[in-house]
Design a protein around this ligand. Sequence first.
Ligand code: PNW
Length: 491
Amino acid sequence: MSKFLSRRAFGKWAGGAALASSAAGTVGGAGARQGLEAATPRETYYKFPDGFLWGCATAAYQVEGGAKNGGRGPSIWDTFSHTPGKVHNNETGDVSDDDYHLYKEDIRLLKSLGAKVYRFSVSWPRIFPQGAGEPNPQGIDFYNRLVDELLAKGIQPYCTLFHWDLPQALQDRVGGWQSRETAQAFGEYAGYVAGKLSDRVQHFFTTNEFSSFIDLGYRDGKFAPGLTLPAAELNQARHNAVLAHGLGVQAIRAKGKPGTKVGIAENFNIPVPVIEAEPHIKASVQAMRVLNAPYLTVIMEGKYVEEYLRKEGAAAPKFTAEDLKIISSPLDFVGMNVYTPTYVRADDSAPGFAVVRPPASYPHMASEWLSVGPEALYWAPRHLGEIWNVKEMYVTENGCSSADTVTADGHVYDTDRVMYLRNYMIHLHRAVTENFPVRGYFLWSLMDNFEWADGYGLRFGLYYVDYKTEKRIAKLSAHFYQNVIERNSIV
Ligand code: PNW
């Protein structure tokens, strides 16, 4: 290995302290810090406000492994991934990153990035192996240990309650999200976890990305439980999911310590005006409300927009006024998962906008769906602020897949991910500069993990994971992000 490419020299060249590089590695000490002087970057105009909360996000089924450990029951993703032909190479989350056992090492990786916050999710079937009824004390114990370790390292925990791993028992007993009973069970589970963790966790997210677990799971059959329901049943499942969110909000407020904050993590459609001119901006505002009608709009407005009800006709969801009140329970903050833009233009015919499909030449990252549109990270907070007057926001996910390879010198030079992140962050900076109240940013993801139907074939991590050895290797993007956090500025 040449001197230039030794780990330490790489850290120097990257302009920050050496990063912890494997489960067994060491975090750079004072000596490695000298690298900072060796490569002081120029000041930029992209400074973030003091106290901006930089961090990373993961989700239980994607990183934990330990599928049979600690009394965990099966989830619909265990069943789905063990069904041949559903996931790339028939891969499963049985072991994954083994974070269930290696969480202390993974928190060390976070610490060496300088992360202030960490967004993790709780596995519902660890807490209630049967979906409801008797809690499994070993389940909450794992999250107690995780939270304590984060706090000991000075990292604030942000907890997501549902990131798609529905207990299989609920799918079997009542048809999962097709039943209101699942919404009730979610409320009880959310209240239970808030009761146990809110002495140390101040921020909870109810659910993550409705359209992913409902539309992909119950309409397209691409995600667990792999169903392809007709429109009326699909819309009812959507309704049950937003109802679950509302019941969760109420339960967290009832059972959490006073001062506990609750919000949501949602990948709403992000309408970006094709060009930034008034008619298209107006169209993008209308599109934001209409395209997100079944989920975020009803949560923020307490009613389904007319365009949605009219379009669905007889297939529209059945609901009561009381349901709408629960669904629109006030939130303390809104989290946005930002990946791709939806380009829209003004259009004279109703509903006043048209979606502009990208041409075949439009660039995307390793995931085909992940078209590159950095402006999405400006328009998401702007729409939330201008349309619904949201007073506290987080970027709960942003990141990308890349065809990462470990080169002969032992490094991963993911220059495309660095390009992607830098450009998105510049647009986030614009939003913050215009005073949209974005308080923090969670990069997806801390490390490579089980990418749902794409299995281990697509990598989103700042750390490369060798799944044979569970070794973690800091990618170039990890050095980039460490630098951003250290300087609180895009570098
Ligand atoms: C999110 N799309 O999923 C999830 O919250 C993560 O669990 C996941 O690993 C990450 O993004 C990367 O995929 C998405 O098709 C899945 O637009 C699909 C889409 C967007 C987000």
